[in-house]
Design a protein around this ligand. Structure first.
Ligand SMILES: Nc1ncnc2c1ncn2[C@@H]1O[C@H](COP(=O)(O)OP(=O)(O)OP(=O)(O)O)[C@@H](O)[C@H]1O
Ligand SMILES: [Mg+2]
Length: 381
């Protein structure tokens, strides 16, 4: 279980700064002094009255008053002392106990039970807080167990994808090259149909090679190219555009950009991300020459990037499907590709702690993709 250090408690302000015990002491001292002063003054007045040798009936009344006041003062004194004990043992002490227990839990010992027996109100409060602690802790444990299980099975899947795609390459290369050799050596003796079959076989093997390479790239994200530093996202875009320069020139595409920030990430992956998105924006163009605009704006703790184009756009109902691996909306002979680009982009963005989505709120033609990335200045920089 990961335990984060406790933030310092929030400081109370105003009169509430003084602890309850001090308030009781202060009020008790004022009341005690007033009580003593009142008792002494009354006794002195009675003594003065008696010193005046009043008539016997008045003297008897004063003596009775003296007796009644003495009893009253004794009762008040007893009540005061009783109240002080009650406050001390039935309020302040249980509050202190509960505070210590809560502090222990807050410091990370989440199995520490909270319980005080008295007074009734605090006992009820402590049992509710304890039930809450118990439920939160068990929900948290279930969630962290599931997250752990998910991490493990993800790791296994990635490992599997890597091993499978890596080991499949060799036999596939054999199939492709021997089929090609078959065609070269025995081509003249074969009829047209046989040559066509060989062509299909070679084409299939080549496509499978492409798929396997894409799968390998996909399984590598976060496993091989993982280190994160401060990356100038503008420079990553430059690199991506450089890699795409031939396509951009052929199609007459214009790529513009706003100010792009430095982020905390992996340069190779960010270049891949820009490259896939700009490549899509150019590939899925309409009749007009492609125009692509990349920009970023600060949204809370993250930078939100966008890549907008004037191409054929994506129907909102496919907004989720296009991010699945090998899922495409068009035939391969219309728009080439294997369908890994967006799945890879999403994996890269999620590896950086962000999110990638198709913005289907925009009006007009074209597609806009948005994604978030953490700003530079992360923990390990
Ligand atoms: N900018 C875009 N405009 C219109 N459709 C898009 C755009 N980007 C992606 N798509 C749709 O989403 C699908 C998935 O995109 P993705 O990049 O994963 O695959 P791809 O480009 O077809 O193949 P690959 O990226 O592997 O070469 C595409 O086939 C296309 O239908
Ligand atoms: Mg693509």
């Amino acid at each position: 279980m990961i335990i984060h250090p406790l933030p310092p408690p929030r400081e109370p302000t105003g009169l509430g700064r003084l602890p309850l015990a001090r308030w009781f002491l202060f009020i008790g001292a004022v009341a005690g002094t007033a009580f003593a002063a009142g008792a002494v003054t009354t006794m002195m007045m009675i003594a003065d009255t008696q010193a005046l040798s009043p008539r016997p009936e008045v003297d008897a009344q004063v003596a009775r008053l003296n007796g009644a006041l003495t009893v009253l003062f004794a009762v008040l004194l007893a009540c005061g002392v009783g109240l002080a004990f009650i406050v001390r043992y039935a309020v302040l002490k249980p509050i202190r106990q509960l505070t210590e227990q809560v502090r222990t839990v807050a410091a990370g010992d989440f199995d520490h039970a909270l319980h005080v027996d008295r007074p009734a109100e605090l006992a009820e409060l402590s049992s509710h807080v304890d039930a809450m602690r118990d439920r939160i802790v068990s929900a948290w444990r279930t969630a962290s167990d599931q997250a752990e299980e998910l991490r493990r099975s993800n790791g296994e899947l990635e490992q599997f994808a890597y091993v499978a795609s890596h080991d499949l390459q060799e036999p596939l290369r054999k199939v492709a090259s021997f089929t090609q050799m078959l065609e070269q050596r025995y081509g003249p003796q074969l009829d047209d149909r046989a040559r066509q079959y060989i062509h299909y076989a070679v084409d299939g093997a080549k496509r499978m090679q492409l798929l396997i390479n894409d799968l390998l790239d996909f399984s590598r994200v976060g496993r091989v190219t993982g280190a994160r530093t401060t990356v100038d996202s503008g420079a990553a875009l430059d690199q991506a555009l450089d890699n795409l320069s031939a396509t951009i020139e052929d199609t007459g595409a214009t790529v513009t950009r706003g100010e792009l920030p430095a982020i905390h990430g992996n340069r190779v992956q960010l270049t891949q991300l820009f490259q896939n998105l700009v490549e899509n924006a150019v590939k899925f163009r309409s009749e007009e020459p492609p125009r692509v605009h990349v920009e970023a704006r600060r949204e809370g703790e993250m930078w939100e990037f966008s890549c907008a184009d004037n191409g054929i756009g994506v129907e909102p109902k496919y907004a989720d499907r296009i991010f699945l691996i090998f899922q495409r909306l068009h035939a391969r002979d219309v728009y080439p590709g294997t369908g890994i680009g967006l799945a890879l982009c999403r994996k890269i963005v999620e590896f950086h702690g962000g999110q990638l989505w198709l913005d289907d709120t925009g009006e007009g033609r074209g597609a806009t993709f948005r994604w978030t990335l953490p700003p530079a200045g992360g923990a390990d920089e």
